[in-house]
Design a protein around this ligand. Structure first.
Ligand SMILES: Cc1ncc(COP(=O)(O)O)c(C=O)c1O
Length: 652
């Protein structure tokens, strides 16, 4: 056998052989069973000639797994892992190795799917219930769901939920605190425009006098300030408007809960609790509200029930409000959400427990205090006078400060022409604070001789607090035994295993799901997720530090254009339903760009996944359902008849 044949055999057997599974003999037997002589012959037999693809994809030959992982390594090596002080909703965190290895890197958890079937999902249902309890405790709210996709879309969901909940308030305007994260404001604007609502972006206090159906506030603000929204929320309630607070779980360890301010909806990104930044995601967003609004909340809810033997058992609850049942009347197109990421955050809280979290949050807050005091001693002004983990620092030496930071492989938040921001996180050390003094003061740092521990002693002695006394958290959290029992590695390992073994996932068998073909991602594909060059990159890191990511995303973009035949790909949607929504918004804008905005009817076959009609109504389209035969095949005659009947109003 020639070396060439050996290499080909090795290559063929390598990835394809390991993931298709059937060898030559089995493939021949399968083909014979269906009366085909080859895969090509089978394709020509079953794919209508007019849609059978002639030319091959412009994709290079397949790589072996070894070659592929080396190639991914070469892309990772082009990314630069800098210390991140950018904040803006994303803060570096330490993923406990016992959770990294036994959940994030464990197919028993990452191949499990949405727990539609409680009998085979009691393990992850409990982990998600822990997530819900974590969110309820930290926010002070009565009810939380099992996660949403990200903070931006969660905020847009809160706006839509507010609109469908307020009865007497007829305003079509929603108020947004100017201190909200810019990426959140952008998503809210997109959704509001599609719904035909106005947006006001202004200082939080202005909401009290504004004619709006609801408002959203950021707590702490993007610049770091910690504001009390109690009065403005009371003013909103007086005009039958609801108040949403976007916040951070780590900050809520130290801060008064939004519930105690009267908030109706509380949301945020759980990334800070043990989920890598990952250049922007995925992370689980959390979403909580008052019990009286439970029928309006988007996303999945895990409920406590009993089984046939009368024992406690968990299942998805209140499903009648969801897209797969309500379809175009659904209050949201959320389907899969972020189960794995929610489980990572809930296990982070289980492992650290309330005391461990108080220590982590306490250290983050104290290091921020020390940095603030040191800089102020050096005559540097701060834009915010209250904070938990974020400072906005006014410096007329901005560019030099940024250059010194980059030289120290640190990224600051580029706030304004005269200010930069620093967000302290779980990975920040006392030595990092000393380095930040040098970054801000340059050579002058020696003159001020700022010592982290002396500054700390001064803060302790003075009883100084950067959190207004009325906003210091006094309420308990995570008191349930689950959060106070598994703090040693072996206890945590056994708790996670005890849940994992209750579940059926693809490490046990194939999973039959009507609308999805559950495929086992190759371990080679999953390994790079844990590499710091991919996992610890902040989404707003300077471009010259993310060359590997840009190249990888660019190549995927080209592959998808080749596969789909389209001329552009948008990578923003972080779920199938969000992809539907993005496509529908593109179609809506196209019609508007041609003066045909009146085209607003969307035809959707009855067999389409429930998210499709839900996404269409979110894009303000009228949904007309078309028939299918008993196998779910599209009834073309009905489709044609309805298209003709709708005529010029047909959008898509
Ligand atoms: C056919 C189909 N369409 C759309 C969706 C919605 O995708 P996602 O849950 O990622 O939003 C699903 C999810 O299961 C699906 O199976």
């Amino acid at each position: 056998m020639s070396i060439e044949t050996l290499i080909q055999l090795e290559q063929r057997d390598n990835f394809i052989g390991r993931h298709i599974g059937s060898d030559d003999a089995e493939e021949k037997a399968l083909l014979a069973a269906v009366g085909a002589t080859s895969l090509e012959d089978l394709s020509t037999q079953i794919v209508p000639a007019d849609i059978l693809r002639e030319e091959f994809l412009d994709i290079k030959d397949g790589r072996t797994e070894f070659e592929a992982i080396n190639y991914l390594r070469s892309l990772a090596d082009q990314n630069k892992v800098f210390k991140s002080y950018i904040g803006m909703g994303y803060n570096d965190t330490i993923v406990p190795p016992v959770i990294m290895r036994n959940v994030l890197e464990n197919p028993g958890w990452y191949t499990a799917y949405t727990p539609y079937q409680p009998e085979i999902a009691q393990g992850r249902l409990e982990a998600l219930l822990n997530f819900q309890q974590l969110v309820c405790d930290m926010t002070g709210m009565e009810l939380a769901n099992a996660s949403l996709l990200d903070e931006g879309t969660a905020a847009a969901e809160a706006m839509a939920m507010t609109k469908r909940t307020v009865r007497k308030n007829k305003s079509n305007t929603f108020f947004v605190d100017e201190n909200c994260l810019p990426q959140t404001i952008d998503v809210i604007k997109t959704r509001a425009e599609a719904f035909g609502w106005e947006i006001i972006v202004a200082p939080a206090a202005d909401a009290a006098d504004a004619e709006v159906f609801g408002a959203i506030f950021q707590y702490p603000g993007k610049g770091g300030n910690v504001e009390d929204f109690t009065d403005v929320i009371t003013a909103l309630h007086a005009k039958d408007a609801l108040a949403t607070v976007a916040t951070d779980l780590m900050a809520l360890v130290a801060l008064k809960t939004p519930a105690d301010m009267g908030a109706d909806i509380v949301l945020g990104n759980a990334q800070h609790f043990g989920v890598p930044m990952g250049f922007g995601g995925p992370h689980a967003a959390f979403f909580a509200t008052k019990d009286k609004y439970k029928r309006s909340i988007p996303g999945r809810i895990i409920g406590v029930s009993i089984d046939a033997q009368g024992n406690q058992a968990l299942r998805m609850a209140l499903q009648t409000r969801e897209q797969h049942i309500r379809r175009e009347k659904a209050n949201s197109n959320i389907c899969t959400a972020q189960a794995l990421l929610a489980n990572l955050s809930s296990f982070y809280a289980v492992y650290h427990g309330p005391q461990g979290l108080k220590t982590i949050a306490g250290r983050i807050h104290r290091l921020t205090d020390i940095l603030a005091l040191g800089l102020q001693k050096a005559g540097i002004k701060l834009a915010n006078d209250t904070w938990f983990d974020t400072l906005t620092i006014i410096t007329d030496d901005r560019d030099a400060v940024i250059q010194r930071a980059l030289a120290a492989e640190a990224n600051l938040r580029l706030d304004s022409a005269v200010s930069v921001g620093v967000s302290i996180c779980e990975k920040t050390s006392a030595a990092d604070i000393a380095e930040l003094f040098t970054i801000f003061l340059g050579d002058a740092a020696e003159d001020f001789n700022l010592d982290v521990y002396e500054l700390d002693a001064e803060i302790v002695a003075s009883g100084f607090s950067s959190i207004p006394v009325e906003l210091v958290r006094t309420t308990e959290f995570l008191t349930h035994p689950t959060f106070n029992s598994y703090h040693s590695e072996h206890e945590m390992l056994r708790y996670m295993k005890s849940l994992e073994v209750k579940d059926l996932a693809m490490n046990h068998s194939m999973i039959t799901l009507g609308s999805c073909t559950m495929k086992l991602n190759a371990t080679t594909q999953m390994i790079p997720l844990s590499w710091p060059e991919f996992s610890t990159i902040h989404p707003f890191a300077p471009k010259d530090q993310t060359v590997g990511y840009e190249q990888m995303i660019g190549e995927l973009d080209d592959y998808l254009k080749d596969i789909t035949g389209f001329s552009a790909i948008c990578m923003q949607p972080n779920s199938g339903a969000q992809g539907e929504y993005a496509g529908l918004i593109a179609i809506k804008k196209y019609h508007e760009s041609r003066g045909e905005g009146h085209r607003n009817v969307c035809l959707i076959p009855r067999s389409a996944h429930g998210t499709n009609p839900a996404s269409a109504q979110m894009a303000s389209m009228k949904v007309v359902v078309t028939n299918c035969d008993e196998f779910g095949n599209v009834d073309f005659a009905d489709l044609k008849a309805k298209a003709e009947e709708i005529g010029d109003n047909l959008s898509c």
